[in-house]
Design a binder for this molecule. Structure first.
Ligand code: FES
Length: 108
């Protein structure tokens, strides 16, 4: 399992908006909604837009290019939850925001 990486300070993240940060060589979209923090792959699987630039409402981010919608809690594509983008864990340590890739469930 990957290690947590510091991606910024709490005040760097605006509530209700995404922010793209590098984690382990890829871009991750971090979302802050009230006291909750979520992180998913920033790269939209449709044509590669930054999901951090999308509109956030009710734990869903809408891709800014063609409006595909993803759940910011688990990365699932809202219109077809059998697929989606990778999901990351977020941890707060003092003022620091840390992110690491979430372990993928094993297929059975
Ligand atoms: S690039 Fe995201 S919906 Fe098209």
């Amino acid at each position: 399992m990957s290690e947590f990486e510091v991606v910024g300070k709490i005040e760097d993240f605006e509530e209700g908006h995404g922010r793209a940060v590098p984690v382990d060589g890829r871009m991750v979209a971090v979302f802050r909604t009230g006291e909750e923090w979520y992180a998913i792959d920033d790269l939209c699987p449709h044509m590669g837009a930054s999901l951090a630039e999308g509109y956030v409402e009710d734990n869903t981010v809408t891709c800014p290019w063609h409006a595909w919608r993803f759940c910011i809690k688990d990365g699932k594509w809202v219109d077809n939850p059998r697929t989606g983008v990778d999901c990351f864990e977020v941890k707060i340590d003092g003022d620091d925001v840390l992110v690491r890739e979430r372990e993928k469930p094993t297929e059975s």
